[in-house]
Structure formats: C-alpha cells, structure tokens
Design a protein around this ligand. Structure first.
Ligand SMILES: [Mg+2]
Length: 425
C-alpha cells in the first residue's frame, strides 16, 4: 500500500452482522491523475477548471490541509493554496478507472450498488463462505483495488447503508472501519447530531437551540418535541436513523431517474444562436448517455440561469420516447425559444431528459412510428460506435464546429451528470 495504511478498526473487536460495505475511493480524480504524474505525489494537487468560474472537482489531501475542498471556486482554492498544481479534469479517464474499480467489487459480490463514479454499496452477506468474514472481505477488497488499479479506497462496514457510509467517511483516507450490528447504537450515539443524513446547518441550529447536539440526545428527545421542531416526517426519519433503523437494501440496478448536462458559461451569453448551439451539444451528449444506458426519455426540460441567478426550467413531453440527440434537441430548442429572447444574458444552461424507460420497452412505444427519426437514430448509433473507437471528437454535427474552445475554457468538469457541478471526495 503506498499511502500510510490506516489499517482496519473494528468497533468492539468483531464484525458480526456488518455485511453492508460502503466503499469510497480516496480523492479519486486526483489519485487517477497521480498514477500518470508520480512526480506530483505528496504535493497539493487540484483537479478542476482553471478559468475564472472554475470549480474544484477533487483535491489531494495535501491541498485539503490548506482548506481546499471540492466544489469550492478555484479562485478561492488558489487563495488558500497558491502553490497548488491545477490539472484539468479528464472524465473519460475517470470513467475507465471507475469501471475497473467496480469490476473488482463484482468479483466479490453481485450485489453492488454504485452511488457515484467513485463509490458504491456492497452487500456481502452471501459472500462470507467464499471470502471470509465481512472485515476480511473489506480488507481483501481494499488490497485488490490497490493491486489492480494502484488507487486506495476507504471502506465502512455495518449492518445498514447509513452507518456503513458514515463509517467509511470516518476512516478516510485509505482506512477501514467496521461497526458490528451490536455496536450500531453506541457508535451512532457518540456522534454529533450533524452526522445524521438530512441534518443541514439550519436543522442543526434548530436542534442545538433545544439542547440537542449529539445523536444520543436526539434519540432521547420525546418525539412530540422533535415533531414540533422539525415536522412529523423529518422527526420520524431522524429518530429512526438515531436508533440505527435503516431498512434500505443494496439495490443492484439503480434506474437513472434523469440524465442531464449543464454548462456554466465563462462569460454570460446573450446570443440566441449560441445558446441553441450549446443546447444542441448538450442534447447530443444526453442522447449518447441514454443510448449507452439502454434508455429512452419521454420528457425533455431546459434550465436557464439568468445573470441575476434567477433560474427557470421548462419541460415538454416528446411525441414518443427517444434517445436521439436530434429529437431531444428539437424539443429543447422549442423550449429555449419560449424562454429566451435575443440579447438577454444567460449564465447557465442545461438540458435534462426525464421519464426514462428501457429502450425497446413495449410500454414506451406510443401511437405512431415515425420513420425519419429512426434513420437519424441509426446515424447516431454509428456516431456512438465511432466515438467509442476514435474518441469524442471523431464525429459531430457541423453546427457544433468551433464551439469546443469556449467550453473547455469554461469550468472544467461541470458536466457531471445529474448533479449540479460538485466535486468528488
Ligand atoms: Mg471518494
């Protein structure tokens, strides 16, 4: 192991019932970059957009020591750590590394639920006869990930997803923390109330104002008091979490709820034609991702953020579900025309596909079958094959030529699917 191995910590000395693992790669994007830039190991390194509106996507632990965090504006990060090395992001490269890591997980159990590009839940209850106790499996997975990818990860093991994720966060970087079922409540009750999912700053302030600052105090607060403070739904959920009640299972196939791409511009854009070109590129990217996932969408939405940060979204139902970039674009262009008039400055634009269903799903086919789009769909699948073989720039619509420069100068990895442009821990 390269980085100091924090080794394994077993709360209470055993691992009985801790068959849910949460595995989280350490400083993933940076770690992948360091595989190819070993001369930067041990230095403060940041992956993200270098432009004026650049955002940190991932920071090495050396950079974090200066207070640099993912999702922080790059300008702020460089104030905190002026000598940090800034590297542009390479999503394709990270996706490849992610696939290698997920492949290691699949060698231990088929019950793998990816949460994001660099983390997953694993249910190893069915793997103990083959690979040993949960702690042993966690240890082997860490060793195997390192052996096969050169990367380190942190593993939390517990009897619930919630506690497993808490545990992996507590033993980062390059660590392992096992919380056996019998130790769940003592483990939770020692934590600050802010450790509970869903407790943000406001909720924490409210709780502290009533003298509730630990999970222990929350668990022992009468529910009617909590209800008055937070409302029934939140009170019930936090009480459950505080007592370690989390019945959610590891879901192998996470059906994507929506697929989206959005772009924050370096400088506000006023030209409608330029916005339309951006929508075209985003619709193509969304279409390609839908096709890769074997999905079609029944609704398209466009999101605009004006210069004053006001955000508007408009959506339209497609005549029939599709994953064809051209079809998604046509709908998005109509919505853009409704929302934007020439000259109004736009700070961010996004295209989202919703109402996803498996391609070829009988229920997805509606009233009539339009030949035109199928031909175009076939053409786009050819583009997919060429892209897979020759890279993203091999083939693209003529209307997008000349667009690329501005985007790269933009915010680096702001293309994170399905999420606002945030970093990876
Ligand atoms: Mg991570």
């Amino acid at each position: 192991m390269s980085r100091k191995d924090l080794g394994a910590r077993l709360v209470g000395g055993d691992d009985a019932g801790a068959t849910i693992l949460h595995v989280d790669m350490d400083a993933f994007f940076v770690a992948v970059e360091l595989l190819e830039r070993p001369e930067l190991v041990g230095r403060p390194v940041v992956v993200g957009g270098a432009g004026g509106r650049g955002v940190v996507s991932s920071a090495s632990y050396e950079a974090r020591a200066f207070g640099v965090r993912s999702a922080m504006p790059m300008a702020r990060a460089l104030q905190l750590c002026p000598h940090a090395v800034v590297l542009p992001g390479r999503m394709e490269r990270y996706r490849r590394a992610s696939a290698e890591v997920m492949a290691v997980f699949a060698d231990f159990t088929p019950l793998v639920e990816p949460l994001s590009i660099d983390e997953a839940f694993l249910d190893v209850s069915g793997a103990t006869r083959l690979f040993g106790s949960p702690a042993e499996i966690a240890r082997r997975i860490r060793a195997e990930v390192h052996a096969r990818t050169g990367l380190t990860c942190s593993v939390g093991a517990a009897s619930t997803k919630f506690v497993a994720k808490l545990a992996s966060g507590k033993c980062k970087p390059n660590g392992m923390l096992v919380v056996p079922d019998a130790e769940t409540v003592p483990f939770l009750h020692a934590l600050p109330v802010g450790a509970l999912w869903g407790v943000g700053e406001t909720t924490e302030r409210k709780l502290r104002s009533r003298g509730v600052s630990t999970v222990h105090e929350l668990a022992h607060t009468p529910e009617h008091v909590l209800e008055r403070l937070l409302g029934r739904a939140m009170a019930e959920r936090l009480a459950d979490l505080a007592w370690g009640r989390d019945a959610r299972e590891v879901v192998v196939e996470r059906r994507e709820k929506s697929v989206s791409h959005e772009q924050t511009f370096e400088v506000d854009v006023t030209s409608h034609a330029e916005l339309e070109r951006e929508v075209r590129a985003q619709a193509d990217a969304v279409g390609a991702r839908l096709r890769r996932a074997g999905l079609v969408a029944s609704t398209v939405a466009v999101k605009l953020r004006w210069a004053n940060f006001e955000t508007v979204t408009r959506q339209e139902r497609l005549e029939r579900p599709s994953s064809t970039g051209l079809v998604l674009f046509r709908a998005a262009a109509r919505l853009l025309a409704e929302l934007h008039s020439e000259g109004r400055p736009v700070r961010l634009i996004g295209v989202r596909a919703d109402g996803l269903s498996p391609a070829g799903d009988a229920t997805a086919v509606t009233l009539w079958d339009e030949g035109g789009d199928d031909d175009w769909e076939a053409a786009e699948q050819t583009v997919d094959a060429a892209t897979a073989r020759f890279g993203r720039d091999a083939l693209r619509p003529a209307s997008l030529l000349g667009r690329r420069e501005r985007r790269d100068r933009g915010t680096g990895l702001s293309e994170r699917p399905n999420r606002p442009s945030q970093g990876v821990d």
